[in-house]
Design a protein around this ligand. Structure first.
Ligand SMILES: NC(=O)c1ccc[n+]([C@@H]2O[C@H](COP(=O)([O-])OP(=O)(O)OC[C@H]3O[C@@H](n4cnc5c(N)ncnc54)[C@H](OP(=O)(O)O)[C@@H]3O)[C@@H](O)[C@H]2O)c1
Length: 364
């Protein structure tokens, strides 16, 4: 006999199908059961398309009866957005039993969807698999609750904790680790770097995986590329980050303007002693650009600032068996007060060829 947990976990695994496409919307999966059997299921794939509940209801071949139960990892919406409210569709369908993992943190929905369902005779139980559901939508939850994206920083380190040989552009990590980074990029709505990394490495910051690699049918979402360039010294015709039609944002201290031809937004930000005001930047990324998951590929300076200001949620370090020596750049400025009042826990460890990837979770 399958448990309610089994069905909710299945809804969560369905929701994951939207990982590379659903943003800025949350990842949502839905399962409809009867007598312990799955009758129908759905997940949200892309903004503007049907929500998970609507797909599951449309795919349901049988007339709804009182033995049917719906499992959804997020509270159904109750407002008109790009699509009609799901709570209303559920009420109309006649389904009377629902399990929801967590309330939708979006202030337009939070609790209102559940209230509407309950006041129309639907029994709603909340909290099943809530930790998994929170982890699944950590980016969306961060944007809705804290007004900033969920921030993941990635670096490749030598065994003496250096991230590059001063002035030289040379890989530290293996081909397998670099391919893994491509998946991290694909999961991210945007990728941010400091000007120094653009000058030294000239990265493209794009996703170079196929639809087959990601197991999706729609076009791959290329993350927005972001650079911190305080004095606008980067030549937009020289560096690869500015190539292509994808959106780019240059945060700087001098001016706000738009380059339509290259699809670049220049956004003026206040400058402090240690650089641009990162708190304002994160707020703009959440509010104006609807970024749920931000990946940062920082050099030493940017990582030091981000950690010092407690802005990193997850730190992904590839530990690589090469020695760089004293000419290398430390991964963080060890003279600065970093890792301030933070607790650091290892979330996962995985080997890629000769490298080891450790994912750390940082909490305040
Ligand atoms: N191994 C890895 O995984 C990895 C990853 C990334 C980078 N890297 C290496 O790191 C090296 C560059 O590191 P880096 O420490 O010199 O520079 P960085 O961290 O890449 O960029 C720092 C620059 O960003 C700009 N910036 C603006 N506001 C800032 C703020 N609030 N905090 C921090 N920076 C801000 C500043 O330049 P402006 O004043 O010009 O705006 C600053 O000099 C490169 O050589 C690259 O190869 C390695």
């Amino acid at each position: 006999m399958k448990s309610e947990i089994f069905f909710m976990e299945h809804a969560i695994s369905l929701a994951k199908n939207g990982t590379y496409t659903a943003s800025p919307n949350p990842l949502v999966g839905c399962v409809i059961t009867e007598h312990n059997k799955i009758l129908s299921e759905g997940y949200h794939f892309k903004t503007g398309l049907d929500h998970a509940e609507i797909i599951a209801l449309k795919k349901l071949k049988k007339k709804v009866n009182k033995n049917m139960t719906m499992f959804i990892n997020l509270e159904p919406c109750c407002h008109y957005g790009k699509t009609a409210p799901c709570a209303e569709a559920i009420i109309k369908s006649g389904i009377k039993n629902i399990y929801i993992s967590i309330l939708d943190p979006n202030p337009l929905v939070k609790g209102k969807g559940v209230k509407h369902l309950r006041s129309n005779g639907v029994s709603v139980k909340i909290g099943l698999c809530k930790d998994k559901a929170r982890s699944l939508n950590k980016g969306y939850i961060s944007r809705m609750k804290k007004n900033i994206p969920y921030v993941t920083a990635k670096q490749a380190l030598s065994i003496d904790s250096k991230i590059s040989l001063l002035g030289k552009n040379k890989w530290i990590s293996s081909k397998e680790s670099r391919r893994d980074v491509q998946y991290l990029r694909a999961e991210s709505c945007a990728i941010l770097v400091g000007a120094k990394t653009v000058i030294n490495d000239n990265p493209m910051l794009d996703v170079r995986l196929s639809k087959k690699d990601l197991d999706i049918e729609l076009e791959i979402r290329q993350p927005i590329r972001i650079v911190l360039d305080t004095n606008l010294k980067l030549n937009i015709n020289k560096y690869k980050i500015f190539n292509g039609i994808e959106k780019k944002i240059v945060f700087n201290s001098l001016s706000s303007l738009y380059n339509n031809k290259k699809n670049i937004d220049f956004v003026k930000i206040r400058k402090y002693k240690d650089g641009l005001n990162i708190g304002s930047i994160l707020k703009i990324l959440a509010e104006k650009y609807e970024i749920n998951n931000l990946m940062v590929e920082p050099g030493s300076k940017l990582l030091t600032t981000l950690i010092g200001k407690n802005f990193i949620d997850e730190l992904v370090l590839y530990h690589c068996p090469i020695y760089i020596g004293k000419l290398g750049l430390n991964f963080i400025n060890i003279n600065n007060k970093a890792f301030n009042n933070q607790s650091i826990a290892i979330d996962s460890v995985k080997k890629f060829s000769n490298d080891v990837r450790i994912t750390y979770k940082l909490t305040r």
